[in-house]
Design a protein. Structure first.
Length: 125
C-alpha cells in the first residue's frame, strides 16, 4: 500500500484547521484546534472500489458511510457525491490498512486515529 502523503488542505472559515493526507486507496482529513490538537478526522478507504468514509468528531462521535459518487441513476449528468449511511464497519481491516499506509504521518496523528479506531466496537448491533 502506498504511504499517506500530505497535500494542501482547503481551509473553511469558521471551522477547525484541516490537514489532508492521501494515497491511492486512502484519504485522511484531520481537524485541528490551534496548531496541533486533533478534534476529529475522516478516514476514507477503498477509494478504488466502493469508497467508504469513517468519521469521528469531538462532541459528535462516530459515523460510517459509503460514498455515493453520483454516477448511478437515471439522469444523464453526474450528481454531486454524497455520504449515505452504511452500518457495518470492519474495524480490524480498516485499522490494518491505515497503519500500513501511516508510516510517514506525524506520530501523534497516527496514534490519535489508531486509538479512536480501537474504541469503535468491532460488531455493531
Amino acid at each position: 500500500m502506498d504511504p499517506l502523503r500530505e497535500l494542501n488542505a482547503r481551509q473553511v472559515p469558521g471551522e477547525p484547521r484541516r490537514r489532508w493526507f492521501t494515497s491511492q486507496d486512502l484519504d485522511l482529513i484531520v481537524w485541528l484546534r490551534g496548531e496541533d490538537e486533533p478534534v476529529g478526522f475522516q478516514l476514507c478507504y477503498d477509494k478504488t472500489a466502493r469508497e467508504h468514509a469513517f468519521t469521528w468528531r469531538d462532541g459528535r462521535g462516530y459515523d460510517h458511510a459509503f460514498v455515493d459518487d453520483g454516477e448511478s441513476g437515471d439522469t444523464v449528468y453526474k450528481s454531486t457525491p454524497i455520504l449515505r449511511a452504511d452500518g457495518y464497519f470492519n474495524r480490524s481491516r480498516v485499522k490494518a490498512l491505515f497503519l500500513e499506509a501511516a508510516g510517514e504521518l506525524p506520530g501523534a496523528l497516527r496514534d490519535y486515529v489508531a486509538e479512536r479506531l480501537d474504541r469503535y466496537p468491532e460488531v455493531q448491533t
